[in-house]
Structure formats: C-alpha cells, structure tokens
Design a protein around this ligand. Structure first.
Ligand code: PLP
Length: 477
C-alpha cells in the first residue's frame, strides 16, 4: 500500500492540520487563493514524473509526445484567455514562479555566457550530445542596463529590482541598475509626472508597470508614452491582477506592454507558477540609438531554458491548463466581478469606521489600510492579533514607512474568501472583525500582556488567551 497516510503519517497529519487552518481561518492575504479540486488533481498527477527539457517538438528527452500536447494546450489556452493574436504574441508557460519570470525577462541581456559540456540522452537511441558554445545576448537588457520600477515601500515587488541605499536586495538589482518611482504623497497614487521626470533623467531601458500592494488601476497608456520618450521597454507584471484582466473586469495591460509576466496562483486561481507573454516583434534601439525590431521569442524561451531553468514542471503546466480552462467560463467572470464588489464594500466599511485607506479606496482586489495614521498602532501588532483571531492578513509598508518589519499598514484582499462564496455583506462583517482586532491591539499596546506581543519571537509564544475579547473574536470568526 503506497497511499500517503500509510507511507507518511507525519506529513499526512501536517497536511490535515494545514487544511483545517485554511478552512477555519479567514484568508485575507491578497496574493492567496483557493485553487480548484481539478487543478489539485492535475498537480498530483503522473505529469510530475516526466523530464522534458526543451520545448514542444524539440526536447532533449524521448517519450514526450503527451507532454508536448500538454504544453501546447496550456500555451493555446493562455493566449485565448487574454484574447491575444497568435501572430503578435507568444507565451512561455515553463517559468517556475513570478520572481524567476521577472528575472528571466531582464536576464535576457548581457552576460556573455559559456554553455559548457551539456550532456543529454535523447530519444530511444540515447544519443549523447555535447554542446559547447559562447553566446552574447543583446536583446531586452544588458548587464548594468537601467530599470525604473515602483518602490517596494510604495507597493512594488522585490523582483522589480529593489535595493536599499546600502544593499542590493534582489538579484535583479545586482545585475542591473534600478531606480524607483513612487506614489504622490497627497493622492497616494502613482506619480506619473515624477515618473516621467525620473525617466528623462535616468533613461531606463525598461520600465516595470506592476505592483504587489497597489489598490488602483495602473495607467499603462501613460507609462507607454513615458517609455517611448526614452526608448524603454515596458514590462507589465500583472501577477496580482491577472484574474481580473482575464475576466475583463479591469483594463488590460497588453495593448501597451512589450512583455507581460504573471504568477498563476493569485487572482487567476491556478497552481503556483508563472507565465511570460511577449510581443513577437519587439521595439528597441541599437547601441547607436537607431530604432530596431527584435524578434525576442527565441530569446525569452532561451532565457527560461536553458538560461535559468532545467526541466519544466509538467504537473504545474497541466494544472495551469485546467485553471485557464476554468478562467474561460462565465462563472469565472462572475467570480471576478464579485471580487471587485467585495473589495469595494470592505474599503467603504473600513473608511466608515474611521480607517485611512491608502489612496482613499480601491479599484481592484485589495485594500491597504494605514493603521498607524488611523489608530496609532503598527501593522505588525495588528497582523499578529488578527492571526490569533484566525484572520490571515499581512503587515505592509505604506507611503512614509521606513521599516518593512514594523510598517504602518495592513494589506487585505478579497480573492480567496470570494472563492469560498463570500458576498458583500460577509465583507462588512470581516471589516467589523478587523476593527475589533485593531481595538484589541490598541488596548494591549503598552500593557504587560501587550509587551509579550511586541517582538516577533515572543509574539509566537502568546496565544489568544492573552485577552478575553480576543478569545471571543476568535470564537466568532
Ligand atoms: N510580481 C508581483 C507583482 C508579485 O506580487 C509577486 C509575489 O507576490 C511576484 C512577482 C513574485 O511571485 P513569486 O512569489 O511566485 O516569486
């Protein structure tokens, strides 16, 4: 008998515990979702057993006739889902996750690299090839080319090239020179005028349009115009919002981007993974400054494999095909509309209760609440009290913050609970629970019990029994 409970009861118990945690808590983490049973079935399938380095029709292993079909199906569905013309756009579905996908796009350029002693068995004849070649890339970016992207404390993502004044944090910032653009302090929305000034000064080769904690629509058209003024490429990272884009409930980035990356496990509700969409004919400029059209299909594919990855995760690609099929249904569109309605209601309720919502509202699936300005409490404490009440959210920097470990905000998103059937009235209740948790955090701040929940390590040791109101809140949740 080789079933999991018999083979590994320890792991089985942990999985059951995690299932229970997911069931009994309110998941408000904006980047999480509950994927379907069908997707999980594909993830746990025999597709996981197969090695298939290369691409459909050109693999370095035999026996890939079915895997080729799986990958082609996934590509077809991906392009269909976003209604892309196959003459104009292509897609790579092998990228393992969002951060590598962004690096793969940037990595395209630069480093002369030696492709050494690459040995593979091909087909039934076990033909051995050894390829030795030297290749210099001159496509999207070269090492030390410049990237302009949204600052992490203002809602950007690490993989867009985040660095501090003293430390290069993301690998992207090690290979390339990155400069942040920021939010306007008054409106707390992207300051496009400032972005334009920075672009004219910094002359980036790539502008990243995308965010992890930004609750407003991005003006891709304006970013395209700015990029065109300095001859930069536009990379739209729609990781958070790809489900909303697929359902056409918010505007698409495709008309204005050269390359689009997305994770597949957030609002798109698929397995953990990523896709890279690319315009087959890519605008660019030569080193002399002359306009040129690059054909980057081969270069993107080469950057993924063999550039930065080995064998594709075929079970994930299969599971993604399922998710994309589900995303092409009227139910999915309905779901995404509900995600937006729920988020708008959550935002309205929070503001009615006196909370400062960054930018004054939301156009998408997330809200960012400034608990520091609203209630003089930090996001870390609130996150921990919410966690003790079985509400999963995350602390988040808000404009003006200087510490990511002790920021002033809480980010909440509606995709996961909407997948569980929550409607607007349910989210009004969620807002009420949130308010109670914040009040408990404020009450405990500075008390003996509160001291215990100050530092991260000590916080883990403290249970809900630290406060009777917290015990009650947890019961109700
Ligand atoms: N891009 C954005 C905008 C994200 O929000 C994230 C993750 O949250 C990523 C990329 C990275 O995705 P992953 O965690 O799969 O590497």
């Amino acid at each position: 008998n080789s079933r999991l409970p018999d083979v590994d009861p320890d792991l089985c118990r942990l999985i059951e515990q995690e299932k229970a945690r997911q069931r009994s808590s309110l998941v408000l983490i904006a980047s999480e979702n509950f994927t379907s049973r069908a997707v999980l079935d594909a993830l746990g399938s025999v597709l996981s057993n197969k090695y298939s380095e290369g691409y459909p029709g050109a693999r370095y292993y035999g026996g890939n006739e079915n895997i080729d079909q799986v990958e082609l199906l996934c590509q077809r569905r991906a392009l269909d889902t976003f209604e892309l013309d196959t003459e104009e756009w292509g897609v790579n579905v092998q990228s393992l996750s969002g951060s590598p996908a962004n690096f793969q796009v940037s990595f395209r350029g630069g480093v002369p690299w030696i492709f050494l002693s690459w040995q593979h068995n091909i087909g039934a004849g076990l033909t051995r090839i050894v390829m030795i070649c030297l290749q210099v890339y001159t496509a999207l970016l070269e090492t030390h080319d410049r990237i302009l992207s949204l600052d992490l404390p203002h809602g950007g993502h690490l993989s867009h090239g985040f660095q501090t004044p003293t430390k290069k944090i993301s690998a992207v910032s090690r290979y390339f020179e990155s400069m942040p653009y920021r939010l306007n302090e008054e409106t707390e929305t992207i300051d496009y005028d400032e972005m334009e000034r920075s672009a004219l000064l910094f002359r980036p080769k790539l502008i990243v349009a995308g965010a992890s904690a930004y609750s407003r629509l991005i003006d891709y058209k304006r970013i395209r115009e700015i990029a065109d003024k300095v001859g930069a490429f536009v990379l739209a990272d729609m990781a958070h919002i790809s489900g909303l884009v697929a359902a056409k409930v918010i505007p698409s980035c495709f008309p204005y981007a050269d390359v689009v990356t997305t994770t597949t496990h957030k609002s798109l509700r698929g397995p953990r993974g990523a896709m890279i969409f690319y315009r087959k004919g890519q605008r660019g400029v030569t080193k002399k400054g002359d306009p040129i059209m690059y054909d980057i299909e081969e270069k993107i594919n080469f950057a993924v494999f063999p550039g930065l990855q080995g064998g594709p995760h075929n079970h994930t690609i299969g599971a993604l095909s399922v998710a994309l099929k589900q995303a092409n249904t009227p139910e999915f569109v309905q779901y995404q509309k509900q995600v937006l309605k729920n988020c708008a209601r959550l935002s309205d309720e929070l503001q009615r209760m006196g909370y400062d919502v960054v930018s004054g509202g939301t156009d998408n699936h997330l809200v960012l609440v400034n608990v520091k300005s609203s209630k003089a409490i930090d996001g870390a404490r609130v996150e921990r009290i919410l966690e003790l009440a079985c509400i999963a959210s995350n602390k988040n920097t808000v404009p003006g913050d200087t510490s990511a470990l002790n920021p002033g905000g809480i980010r909440m998103g509606t995709p996961a609970l909407t997948s569980r059937g929550f409607g607007e009235d349910d989210f009004a209740r969620v807002a009420e629970y949130f308010d109670r948790a914040v009040k408990i955090a404020v009450k405990l701040k500075g008390t003996e019990q509160g001291k215990k929940i100050k530092g991260f390590r000590e916080m883990c040791a403290v249970g809900p029994s630290v406060d009777p109101e917290l015990v009650q809140l947890r019961k109700e949740v």
